[in-house]
Design a protein around this ligand. Structure first.
Ligand code: MD3
Ligand code: FE
Length: 207
């Protein structure tokens, strides 16, 4: 398995998930989305909608609306608990994360053609000692990552279906975002689009 160190704390495994595992995961994610439908997050204060739609699985999910960003145990629209995390995801975490405790949240981002995500830091978690693990499915994304200060130098990376990317150590608070989606390179999702899964430890483990 090819393991590329992209920058300090950033590790890329191109094609980590073989095609059959990607297809099996899509089946499980359709069930997640049936139980916890995709919602359209909104920017704090302005209420401007994101171009990315989201859902979550695991005991906690990330949500955003006029009142702010936060993790919560219930879906913001249905009021139901998030569905369980597929075992394939906890397995990828055990395999790659190098962290002794299980993730609590898996944020599922769905990008249609034209969707993007501006440069931001992920800092709504209580535990920055845990890495964030990302898995990409479907269309390729042009991903950009910089340092811990806004306005610094950035590097771009293409994320293809099946790729895993781990952010830990000094990269955990790096600015990052998705500049654009490149359609037509993957046949995993018949209607096209990209799914990104981010597995996160949210709370500080008790031991
Ligand atoms: C670097 N998602 O959900 S995944 C996000 O492809 C997010 O949907 C993007 O940024 C996506 O917050 C990028 C790669 C990623 C995820 C979390 C990180 C990079 C990260 C946390 C810290 C540093
Ligand atoms: Fe992020």
């Amino acid at each position: 398995m090819t393991r590329l160190v992209v920058a300090p704390g950033v590790v890329h495994w191109p094609g980590y998930l073989p095609p059959e595992a990607q297809a099996a995961l899509v089946v499980e994610l359709r069930e997640v989305a049936r139980q916890a439908p995709f919602f359209q997050p909104r920017m704090p204060k302005t209420g401007k909608p994101f171009s990315v739609r989201m859902t979550n699985c695991g005991s906690l999910g990330w949500v955003s609306d006029e009142t702010g960003y936060r993790y919560q145990p219930l879906h913001p629209v249905t009021g139901e608990p998030w569905p369980p995390m597929p075992v394939a995801l906890t397995q990828a975490w055990r395999d790659l994360a190098g962290y002794a405790h299980l993730p609590e949240a898996c944020l599922v981002n769905f990008y249609e053609a034209g969707a993007k995500m501006g440069l931001h830091q992920d800092r709504d978690e209580q535990e920055f000692d845990a890495p964030v693990l990302s898995l990409s499915l479907g269309d390729t994304a042009v991903f950009r990552i910089g340092g811990t200060q806004r306005g610094g130098k950035t590097v771009s990376l293409k994320l293809a279906s099946g790729d895993a990317l781990l952010f830990g150590g000094e990269a955990r608070l790096a600015y990052h975002g998705i500049d654009r989606i490149i359609a037509g390179l993957s046949s995993l999702l018949p209607q096209g689009g990209r799914i990104n899964l981010t597995l996160r430890r949210v709370t500080k483990p008790r031991a």
